[in-house]
Ligand binder design. Structure first.
Ligand code: AMP
Length: 588
């Protein structure tokens, strides 16, 4: 068998190595995580440390630890590490070598060939430096791949029609947005624009400054480096919490001394205040989106998919802003920290001649929300609908949203839970309702109620409402949030959609993972397995374009073939594969 090709995301903060097995891209865990810190250190006893151990010693021995070496790639300046000096290429090679060793240990085979990703804006010198680092680490570098192309590959599957994607990448320290076009197996970056000095760290700095002002208002200075470091840590924690919660309470005890007494900081930040604080930063990214579109000569409405990359894109305001600009909900079912490495693994497998199938992630297939009193077509209505949990979120997921009481001393509120996207609540699927009684009789109008929706992989939806200032809670659990339509209703809806749109059905066919081949299969069996796998993939590519009758036939055959493979029934698999192959032949 030819050597396997692996895909590597050599990142500023973290790096990952991935490969494809039975069509599925997978990342290798290193020290218990698929993300390895891109840190290199020299322990006091001279041991070379790469990854988590190096990052952990950074606070103790900053002069013996290097991070963010990617920012220096392509430059000649050497970097000091303890008593030694190394070039950026050598330090990157150490990171790559650690990834290689971890991959070899996990897969039990030598890994010699790699695809390595770089930012689209990297110059030739930076690309050459990355290639050299790969070679020093012992790889044949098969390709230097642009990061946005890699991320796009996670969401594409050899589409026959050209697709245009916008990849929005907001990491810890850098931001870029790229327009990527894909046609068949060719995927290219049309334009890329960004800011190498904008990222999640700036969001931390803004929240940190807000805490600083709270301190100053109490007459306490925030310039002490120890205070500064604690405020930064608290700021990042608060920022991350505000991605799923509407309010965070910060409490930093013994932060400083005031008038000879210990000073504790306690403060609250709610999501709307946070969103105002970061509005200017997001506005800068909005400008880059427009610039990239202009440079690519692509109109906003020509974008087929929006893809999110980088941890900071978990900020809900990011997806909302992109939705506003492009009229499309961004894809975020693949972990934004892993999309580049998974895409690199897909490209690597293609170079190695391996088949790949779609990445399957458990995501919420529907949006969930509640009704509220608001304006519908300019008129007050209690049939307005607000989505709290957006569809396509990886599961489990949790999100909260603030609502406000209508009247002072309002004794109770009705809560209705729906599944769907229609702005008119009653046009969505109603899942349940409950009443929260005993609200504070002395509360003024507009007292906040926190609605928290949480959903797990099994489709269990829990909705909890809390009166914010009293802590009064009431909740409902809906055990079957995904299966609200019966099989017959589903089939009817499918036929209706297919009929209404002719052959151009929008039904999304997500491939389930193809079962792993049994280890004891001989070479003929393995070949049959591979060809059955590629038949299933072909069927799944064709399915969305088929009319109702062909759809039903192909769908049934691909499921039967998958079932035979899963059961290890080779004879049945052979028969099912032959039947599917015949049908696909006629469908082209
Ligand atoms: P990356 O460089 O892609 O790993 O992105 C790291 C950045 O993402 C850091 O600034 C993190 O604080 C930020 N980040 C991670 N998780 C979240 C979250 N849930 N919400 C907002 N920012 C996050």
């Amino acid at each position: 068998m030819a050597d396997r090709v692996v895909g590597i995301d050599l990142g500023t903060t973290n790096s990952s190595i991935g490969y494809v097995a039975s069509g599925r891209p997978t990342l290798i865990e290193i020290d218990g995580s698929p993300l390895m810190p891109s840190a290199v250190g020299l322990a006091p006893d001279g041991t070379l440390l790469v990854g988590r151990a190096a990052r952990n010693q950074r606070h103790l021995y900053p002069e013996r630890t290097v991070t963010s070496i990617k920012r220096k790639m392509g430059g000649r300046a050497k970097v000091r590490l303890g008593e030694e000096e190394y070039t950026p290429v050598e330090l990157s090679a150490m990171i790559l070598r650690r990834l290689k060793q971890a991959g070899e240990a996990a897969l039990g085979e030598p890994l010699r060939r790699a695809v390595i990703t770089v930012p689209a804006f990297f110059t030739d010198a930076q690309r050459t430096a990355t290639r050299e680092a790969g070679e020093i680490a012992g790889f044949t570098v098969e390709r230097i791949l642009n990061e946005p192309t890699a991320a796009a590959l996670c969401y594409l599957h050899s589409e026959a029609e050209p697709r245009t994607l916008l990849v929005y990448d907001l990491g810890g320290g850098t931001f870029d947005v790229s327009i990527v076009r894909s046609h068949g197996d060719v995927t290219e970056v049309l334009a890329s624009h960004g800011d190498t000095a904008l990222g999640g760290d700036d969001f931390d700095a803004i929240v940190r400054a807000r805490f600083g002002r709270a301190l100053n208002a109490d007459g306490v200075e925030d310039t002490d480096p120890r205070v500064d470091a604690r405020l930064f840590r608290a700021a990042e924690e608060a920022k991350i919490k505000l991605s799923s919660e509407t309010l965070v309470r910060v409490s930093e005890e013994h932060l400083a001394v005031k008038g000879g007494l210990p000073y504790h900081l306690t403060t609250e930040v709610d999501r709307s205040e946070y969103e105002e604080l970061i509005a200017d930063l997001l506005e800068r990214t909005r400008d880059s989106v427009h610039t990239a579109l202009k440079e690519a000569r692509v109109l906003a409405r020509e974008i087929d998919e929006v893809v999110l990359v980088g941890g900071a894109t978990r900020t809900p305001r990011v997806a909302q802003m992109l939705h506003d600009i492009l009229g499309l909900a961004p894809r975020q079912e693949i972990d934004p920290d892993q999309a580049v490495a998974l895409g690199a693994a897909i490209q690597a497998a293609r170079i190695g001649g391996q088949a790949t199938s779609r990445i399957l992630i458990d995501v919420s297939p529907y949006s969930f929300g509640t009704s509220y009193l608001g304006l519908l077509d300019g008129r007050p209505s209690d049939d307005c609908y607000m989505i709290v949990l957006r569809r396509n979120q990886p599961l489990p997921t949790r999100q909260s949203q603030l609502f406000y009481t209508m009247a002072p001393g309002q004794p109770a509120t009705e809560v209705e839970v729906f599944q769907g996207e229609d702005p008119v609540a009653s046009r969505n699927q109603r899942l349940g309702e409950f009443r929260v009684e005993g609200l504070d009789a002395r509360a003024p109008q507009n007292s906040p109620l926190v609605f928290e929706f949480s959903l797990d992989v099994d489709g269990i939806l829990r909705v909890e409402v809390t009166e914010r200032h009293t802590g009064l809670k009431k909740a409902i659990t809906i055990t079957d949030a995904f299966r609200t339509l019966s099989d017959a209703e589903l089939e009817e809806a499918r036929t209706r959609i297919a009929g209404a749109l002719g052959g151009d059905s929008p039904i999304e066919v997500l491939a389930e993972p193809i079962p792993e081949p049994p280890p004891d299969l001989d070479s003929a069996g393995r070949k049959a397995w591979v060809s059955a796998t590629s038949l299933i993939e072909k069927a799944e590519r064709l399915l969305p374009g088929l009319d109702a009758a062909d759809y039903a036939e192909v769908d049934q055959l691909r499921n039967a073939l998958r079932g035979a493979l899963r059961a290890g029934d080779h004879e049945d698999a052979k028969a099912q594969a032959a039947a599917l192959s015949d049908v696909l032949f006629y469908l082209g």
